[in-house]
Design a protein around this ligand. Sequence first.
Ligand code: GDP
Ligand code: MG
Length: 437
Amino acid sequence: LSNKLQDTFKKLKGKGKLSEKDIKEATREIKIALLEADVNFKVVKDFVKKINERSIGSEVLQSLTPGQQVIKIVNDELTNLMGSANSQLSFNSKGITSIMLVGLQGAGKTTTAGKLANLIKSQGKKVLLVACDIYRPAAIKQLQVLGEQIDVSVFSLGNSTSPVSIVKSAMKHAKENYFDIVIVDTAGRLHIDEELMNELKYIKDEISPTEILLNVDAMTGQDAVTVAESFDEKLDITGIILTKLDGDTRGGAALSITSVTGKHIKFVGVGEKITDLESFHPDRMASRILGMGDVLSLIEKAQSNFDEDKAMELQEKFRKQQFTLEDFKEQMQQMKSMGSFSDILEMIPGANKKALQGVDVSDKELGKSEAIINSMTKKERQNPEIINASRRKRIAAGSGTRVQDVNKLLKGFEQSKKMMKQFSGMSNKKLGKMKFP
Ligand code: GDP
Ligand code: MG
């Protein structure tokens, strides 16, 4: 299918302006692509209309071919539809923050409860998991096992107390024991039914959750829309967690759900492991839906943030093996404006993700790195290999860091050198000319 799209766009090549007919042809292909990716029909119709309006008469960017220009508009609009990249959880500034997870049976609520608890705990908050699925055999046990695994307490009153009483007691327990966050795992059904919805509504009324997050299985395609609509109608959800995105689904459900409910996806589940929870990136999802990988957003990021001349200069240095720590410092700053290394790596198909693990370009790390490099002599910056143990000690003391930090930086520098070799063939012109798969 992507090939078909590619063919369509190829035809548009070389035109300074796209004609109405060109666009119509292209959008017809896009329409099929979206429908095949399980996007709701009505959503597709509105969407294609918008693309037509935006594309007709639009100027072609110098660096991109017209076909890519259309893809870019499509990508932009898809991204818009799925909301801003702001997928942060809301936290109460005062008192306990409560998060209620809802969804059909098997959607991934219990698993996600564990994942979320793990994530929030790692942010230094005290988390309590609450077992409210009293129907499914072993549901409580499942949550307890997860809790144990991540060292988070699980509140349960067995399966003979009503869910409303359970959350009530849980909130009291949380207050008395100074928990910051309460995550409520609720029951699901195979299909939506009145009884379940009422039970969830009672829980909601009892605790007025800060967040009500609907878990939706990405593999369920079109059905997901109906499910999301019903849940939202009854409970007025605050966000969506799309699970099982690690499957081979195109993720069209993401688009339909957000445009039908108007609620944003906050996280995506990408596997069964406790760490397999990621923040949602609308732009990446847009590319995934269109089946082009994330190359487009990489190009965009690279073009807007990477100073071309600087990149050229750096590339030259790599070739001549003159890349120094001074350059490294500069490069880190550039990379920072492009997002994290790992973000960028994720977008390059086939990139060696392992190579850069541990290279951190957060503000804090960057500040530290700068201090370290500033504490080096000019000679050391140009010939890092002379930095032996005693020099490392001196540099650490001078920069107010530890020898481990100096070691880490030097290691990062070496990794970066390797990495840039991979990258160097790609910067500038090639990046702009990169083909979509
Ligand atoms: P619940 O009924 O909504 O509580 O769903 P569970 O949390 O019990 O999950 C149902 C099944 O889906 C389990 O086998 C989970 O391991 C699996 N699961 C949940 N989230 C994901 C995910 O993001 N990816 C994959 N591959 N499996 C998942
Ligand atoms: Mg469950």
